[in-house]
Design a protein. Structure first.
Length: 110
C-alpha cells in the first residue's frame, strides 16, 4: 500500500476498506487497515497516535502519526508502524514496547 504523502495520492482515505479499495492511505488510515486485518485473525491489536515535532522550517509545528500496538504472546505489546519505508522497518524489531495490561485479563501485571 502506498503512502498518500509520498505519492501525492488523492482522495484521502480513512477506513480500512477505503485503503484496500484505493491502495493508498496516510499512516493513520494504513494503521486502521492493519488493526482490522490482525483482529480478523484473532490477534489483539490497537490504534496508537503520537505527536511528532516538525523540524522543517515550513509547515505546522507538529504532525499526528498513526501506528499500531499488537499483542505478541512472547513479547507483550509490540509497536508496529504500518506507514512503510526504511525508517519504519528499523523500528519493527520486538520487543519494542510493552504495556502493563494483558489483553486477556485486562488486569495489571506485577
Amino acid at each position: 500500500m502506498r503512502h498518500s504523502w509520498d505519492y501525492k495520492a488523492n482522495p484521502v482515505t480513512l477506513s480500512a476498506s477505503a485503503v484496500l479499495e484505493r491502495k493508498t492511505g496516510y499512516c493513520f488510515a494504513k494503521s486502521h487497515l492493519l488493526a482490522a486485518l490482525l483482529r480478523a485473525n484473532a490477534i489483539p491489536a490497537g490504534l496508537c497516535y503520537q505527536r511528532l515535532k516538525n523540524h522543517a522550517d515550513v509547515g505546522p509545528a507538529f504532525y499526528l502519526h498513526g501506528l499500531n500496538a499488537v499483542w505478541l504472546e512472547e513479547y507483550g505489546w509490540y509497536r508496529a508502524d504500518a506507514r512503510g519505508g526504511p525508517m519504519c522497518m528499523r523500528s519493527l524489531r520486538p520487543p519494542m514496547s510493552t504495556s502493563p495490561l494483558s489483553p486477556k485479563s485486562r488486569a495489571r501485571r506485577t
